[in-house]
Write a protein that binds this ligand. Structure first.
Ligand code: COA
Length: 387
């Protein structure tokens, strides 16, 4: 039985900062950000968009196309959670009016959270082929104003529907996983901002990529040239470019050109949205599906990485007619309607959103932001509202 990704929905807030403006404000050469880091723009979440509202908005992108009564599992992966106890899944379940019999919970392992959820969902659907699973990755990447990591921030969510007989990607059984207890990136309970050793993190990411990619190929008796494309976790697109260069080293010209072209297609959305932590790999997958040159049956490799650190390489095959399940025009419209912020406006919005609103203060959302928004805190309870 084939199990895989049947639907993909993504959401990003309606404001962004241009990396050229940020570079000027930080006295940096714009090419360092545009080429050296590989980022063009980054989405900014104001106080009315958090991981829950973004997760709801991402899932709404495909909800009217699916049978809600078949959803048996709802997993929320995040590293910028809104509560230390209650899972984001329950707010989402309620907004989407899913059946009370759905199993709903949250998972955490840095940027690996959505992949962890997807692997659980895959096993669930193999055991319960008549049911489906929604797996959401939703995050706001905050390193802090005027830090080296500032250019690798962003905000957004990706939601996947996992089902039998999927219409976008069929997941292949098997994987190569690798973990080590290290400190390359973390966020203590008393901080809204991440701590990171960026250069160390890049090194570990590349080491884990080499390990899992080679191990996977050996397990499955595959060569690099068998892959039509490889997509990577992209906290910033240069990181994936470095891994892709390792993947194609010593390969024939045709393989080199194909995997470089597919990487270029796969980084497009990420370069313009920024880092969305858990959703980054799947935003890149969506970018590849929309901008790449994939045919039915093509083998795609996926490399997931979460700091701390946990990595996994797995693969999937493209399903005939996948284009019909993707809303490319809607995805482009989401980016096109974003308002460009000046660096001063971004700094103010960023600082405001770091603090929770006071009890009883109602937040008002912009007209053109997502349908669902965070409306403030009442009696210590977070309120989510639809427009
Ligand atoms: N034109 C083109 N490229 C330029 C340039 C210019 N004018 N100036 C610098 N660069 C290049 C550098 O050569 C370097 O390239 P390389 O990585 O191929 O060597 C790149 O730009 C970055 O420069 P660097 O001096 O290393 O930047 P930095 O000290 O500001 O740090 C990060 C960059 C990415 C390490 C930092 O933003 C960070 O820590 N981000 C968070 C990373 C993260 O999230 N890790 C965990 C998640 S997996």
């Amino acid at each position: 039985m084939k199990v895989g990704i049947d639907q993909i929905g993504y959401f990003t807030p309606n404001k962004y900062v241009d990396m050229v403006d940020l570079a000027h404000a930080r006295n940096q050469d714009p090419n360092k950000f545009l080429i050296g880091i590989g980022q063009s723009k980054m989405s900014v979440a104001d106080a009315t968009q958090d991981t829950v509202s973004m997760g709801i908005n991402a899932t709404l992108r495909y909800l009217n196309k699916i049978n809600k009564s078949k959803v048996g599992l709802l997993i929320f992966g995040t590293e910028s959670s809104v509560d230390q106890s209650k899972s984001g899944s329950l707010f989402v379940k309620s907004a989407l009016k899913l059946d009370p019999s759905v199993r709903a919970f949250e998972v955490k392992e840095a940027c690996f959270g959505l992949t962890a959820g997807l692997m659980i969902a895959q096993d669930f659907v193999r055991l319960h082929p008549d049911q489906t699973a929604i797996v959401i990755g939703s995050d706001i990447a905050r390193y802090g104003l005027k830090t080296a990591g500032e250019v690798t921030q962003g905000a957004g969510s990706v939601s996947l529907l996992i089902s039998s007989n999927p219409r976008i990607l069929e997941l292949n059984e098997g994987h190569s996983a690798y973990s080590e207890d290290i400190n390359d990136f973390w966020r203590p309970n008393n901080s809204k901002l991440a701590k990171v050793d960026g250069k160390y993190s890049t090194q570990v990411y590349l080491d884990f990529f080499k390990h899992t990619f080679n191990d996977y190929k050996e397990q499955k008796n595959l060569e690099t040239r068998d892959f039509a494309a490889i997509v990577y976790h992209l906290p910033f697109t240069k990181m994936g470019l470095k891994a892709n260069r390792i993947a194609i080293e010593g390969e024939d010209e045709e393989t080199n050109a194909r995997l470089m072209d597919s990487f270029t297609a796969a980084k497009e959305l990420n370069a313009n949205v920024g880092n969305i932590y858990t959703g980054s790999l799947y935003l890149s997958l969506l970018s590849l599906l929309e901008n790449g040159d994939l045919k039915a049956g093509d083998l795609t490799g996926l490399f997931s990485y979460g700091s701390g650190a946990m990595a996994e390489f797995y693969s999937a095959n493209v399903v005939e007619g996948y284009e019909k399940q993707i809303d490319k025009a809607g995805d482009e419209a989401l980016l096109a309607k974003r308002k460009k912020l000046s660096v001063d406006e971004y700094e103010r919005i960023f600082s405001e959103a770091l603090e929770d609103p006071k009890n009883g203060v109602e937040l008002v959302s912009d007209e053109d932001s997502g349908k669902y928004y965070f409306a403030g805190i009442k009696d210590d309870i977070r309120q989510y509202q639809a427009k």
